[in-house]
Design a protein around this ligand. Structure first.
Ligand SMILES: *Cc1c(COP(=O)(O)O)cnc(C)c1O
Length: 242
């Protein structure tokens, strides 16, 4: 896949976003799922190989309920405190909900995060890995964990540096006894996402993990083409965050 493919997908998504502005979140969800299926099948995979995480950050319980009613079960939030305000009641209504923390985690929030979330995509330093391991032990909970990699080596962005990713995964596994499911990245906004997705897939292979959490509203189809197992889609389902 060349660079042109990624750009085209990006433009199409933006146009679709505008055209569908009047549709409901549940209808947009259906459309996203259909597009994931097409992309997955184009690679000889199936829709069930790709977990769609509906990113509901900034949206309240009333906005989220119709998406749950439409059958969506995996949701993503980027702040522990915000998630604590709305998810316990939604989880009580629908126990099969799987909640993913996709934003940075501070050690002082690890206890709450391990209690509330089923997956954390932002393990990116030894201290947080150690704290999460301890909390899982204490609470008797087993979360799905992804190591975030700063593939663009951006100073302001979280994530381990690419050169450290393989050793970091090994440290989590061998020293902390943590099972790491995969790697996660957020490509730089001004760069071709496909290059970063391919890079993350290569690092995951080297690290011996199979999960790839990559792709957002503008580039989830590209991510699926490069092997994403988890795509994190917010605005294309819920609308703009203003
Ligand atoms: C907000 C967010 C997303 C979803 O972004 P959209 O462009 O709205 O799809 C995905 N991943 C992370 C880490 C995010 O913070």
């Amino acid at each position: 896949m060349g660079q042109g493919g990624g750009r085209l997908a990006h433009g199409e998504m933006s146009r679709k976003g505008n055209e569908l502005a009047m549709d409901s979140a549940a209808e947009r969800l259906g459309e996203i799922k259909a597009r994931i299926k097409t992309s997955a099948e184009g690679q000889g995979r199936t829709a069930s190989d790709v977990t769609l995480i509906a990113v509901s950050k900034t949206f309240d319980a009333d906005a989220i309920r119709p998406v749950i009613a439409a059958g969506q079960r995996h949701f993503g939030e980027n702040r522990v405190q915000e998630a604590q305000g709305k998810w316990p009641s939604l989880q009580a209504e629908t126990p099969e909900i799987v909640l993913h923390l996709i934003g940075p985690l501070q050690s002082n929030k690890a206890k709450e995060a391990v209690a509330l979330f089923d997956a954390i995509h932002s393990i990116d330093r030894e201290k947080i890995a150690r704290t999460v391991a301890g909390e899982m032990e204490r609470q008797g909970r087993r979360l799905t964990l992804f190591v975030q990699v700063n593939t663009g080596e951006e100073p302001q962005k979280a994530g381990v540096m690419p050169k450290d990713a393989v050793a970091f995964v090994a440290m989590c596994r061998d020293e902390l006894g943590l099972e790491i499911s995969g790697l996660m990245c957020i490509p730089p906004v001004d760069e071709e996402a496909a290059v970063h997705f391919a890079f993350l897939a290569k690092l995951a292979k080297e690290a011996g993990v199979s999960g790839l959490s990559m792709g957002m509203s503008d580039d989830f189809e590209t991510a699926v083409e490069f092997g994403a197992t988890h795509v994190r889609v917010g605005s294309a389902i819920f609308g703009g965050r203003g």
